[in-house]
Write a protein that binds this ligand. Structure first.
Ligand code: BES
Ligand code: MN
Ligand code: ZN
Length: 494
């Protein structure tokens, strides 16, 4: 979808539809008042009939108004409660739902005139673009006849008076870049696991490198063996598909500026291995590469935004399959760090591919390292589908990530990473085991990673609950690309 900003009079602009916010028979914003005036009070009369319920997000599509040039007017009810972040996003979603299946090709959206307490007009612009793009996204299905795309291609936003047109355009462009990255993440997450293979992820990274001028290198199995990535190799052992280790470098900052390193879990299918998962909903384990996909999406957004900083992406990717060559519970392997691991449960594979990638991260002398992974079912139980689990060995970094999540609406919530949680990982046969008991599964998983991240500032995002939706709306969400983008944008300020 294309976005433009305009300083326009909403009553006299030629458009297929003008969208205005109203509340209980009242015209709230300057745009709504302009329409009320131009239509000589028709709007209030219509509202008085009571066809628009006083619930935030309800809509009423009017086939034009006398005195108003637009061929349609969409009323969006704001509700009487003070506007929250979440309510504002609901309004944008409702607008999309009301218009997506109509013949409308372009829209003038004046919701951007609303004041959201605690947020400025840059936030409102960004959230409008991001929410509309999120709602407008369609899954690329593998069907014989492709679904006809929505007619709606262009959205004009009323330029806010508090910002110069140029500044406002900058915010819209950045939000578009974030949305493009999010779409890439969702596309990869939704792709079936026979197509979204480790090789496919590597090819996607290579293609991105060409398109966006990123340095891309991919290590193959032989490279991993040479380096001694025994933990990663143990996970891929049961699969016929070759593993890949993707390294992408974005150099937007000063040559000497230490990079932010992002590490994404790229299990393209997690059967559990010999510790096989139960059959119900196993198809959802194709989403076990959403950490990797979110890192790719973030790199794409970053390159399009041209942010002035250096970022390295590391993506260990393989399948976790049972088979004659598969790793057994009880096997002991040596990680890249030299520490040995007794693999007690082959279904705790994410931490195994991550630990080698986290050790590899050291060679970039990182400013900070953030890994992102659909790591534990326990995180879904703890935080549900609202927030990613956030753990870190550095309080400042943790706060930065939490704030980025809060601002972008792509939230993460802090969980403790105390040394006590490492106790359960003790092994009689190796430096550590890859699992502890049932309690605090999210924290013991992160504590395992903590053994490999002692040399730098590090944070871990467990996105098991937020990376995808189950049920009727099944599919990838593109989280936490928005969190990451805000985090990186903020690092350019400071
Ligand atoms: N990819 C899963 C985590 C997962 C489970 C994400 C369910 C979303 C929904 C991970 O590899 C895994 O299997 N974790 C195990 C760890 C356990 C064996 C210690 C889990 O959470 O059950
Ligand atoms: Mn697993
Ligand atoms: Zn997994």
């Amino acid at each position: 979808m294309e976005f433009t900003l305009k300083v326009a009079h909403p009553a006299s602009i030629k458009t297929a539809c003008v969208v205005i916010p109203v509340t209980e028979g009242r015209c709230l914003t300057p745009a709504a008042q302009a329409l009320e005036q131009a239509s000589e009070g028709q709007l209030t009369q219509i509202l008085k009939r009571g066809d628009l319920t006083a619930e935030a997000g309800k809509t009423l599509l009017l086939p034009g108004l006398k005195g108003v040039t637009a061929s349609r007017v969409l009323l969006v009810e704001v509700g009487s409660d003070p506007l929250k972040d979440r309510t504002y996003r609901t309004l944008v979603c409702s607008m999309e739902q009301a218009l997506a299946s109509t013949a409308v090709k372009e829209v003038l959206c004046t919701l951007t005139e609303l004041e959201v307490p605690g947020r400025d007009s840059a936030w409102v612009l960004e959230q409008t673009v991001l929410t509309l793009r999120e709602q407008h996204y369609r899954i690329q299905k593998q069907t014989q006849t492709p679904e006809s795309p929505s007619h709606w291609k262009k959205t004009t936003l009323l330029a806010p008076s508090s910002l110069s047109l140029k500044k406002a355009q900058g915010f819209v462009e950045q939000a578009q870049a974030v949305a493009n990255g999010t779409d890439l993440t969702r596309d990869l997450g939704n792709l079936p696991p026979n197509l979204c293979t480790p090789t496919h992820l590597a090819e996607t990274a290579q293609a991105m490198g060409k398109d966006w001028g990123l340095k891309v290198r991919v290590l193959d199995r032989a490279d991993m063996e040479k380096l001694g990535m025994g933990a990663l190799l143990a996970v891929t052992a049961g699969s016929h598909r070759p593993p890949q280790f993707i390294i992408m470098e974005y150099a937007g900052g000063k040559a000497k500026a230490k990079p932010v390193v992002l590490v994404g879990k790229g299990i393209t299918f997690d059967t559990g291995g010999i510790s096989l998962k139960p059959a119900p909903e196993m198809d959802e384990m194709k989403f076990d590469m959403c950490g990797a996909a979110s890192v790719l999406g973030t790199m794409r957004a970053l390159a399009e935004m041209k942010l002035p900083l250096n970022v390295v992406a590391l993506i260990p990717t393989c399948e976790n399959m049972p088979g004659g060559g598969a790793t057994r519970p009880g096997d002991v392997v040596k990680s890249l760090s030299g520490q040995t691991i007794e693999i007690l449960n082959t279904d705790a594979e994410g931490r195994l591919i991550l630990c080698d990638a986290l050790t590899y991260a050291e060679r970039f002398e990182p400013a900070v390292v953030v890994d992102v992974a659909t790591l534990t079912g326990a995180c879904v139980i703890a935080l549900g589908h609202e927030a990613a689990g956030l753990m870190a060995n550095d309080e400042v970094l943790r706060n930065e990530l939490q704030a980025a999540g809060d601002y972008s609406g792509d939230r993460a919530w802090p969980l403790p990473l105390w040394e006590e949680y490492q106790e359960g990982l003790k092994s009689n046969f190796a430096d550590m085991a890859n699992v502890a008991g049932r309690p605090a599964g999210t924290l013991t998983a992160a504590s395992f990673l903590a053994y490999y991240t002692k040399r730098y500032r590090w944070a871990h995002l467990d996105i098991a609950g937020v990376a995808w939706r189950s049920g009727k709306e099944k599919g990838a969400t593109g989280r936490p690309v928005r969190l990451f983008c805000r985090f990186l944008q903020q690092r350019c300020q400071g």
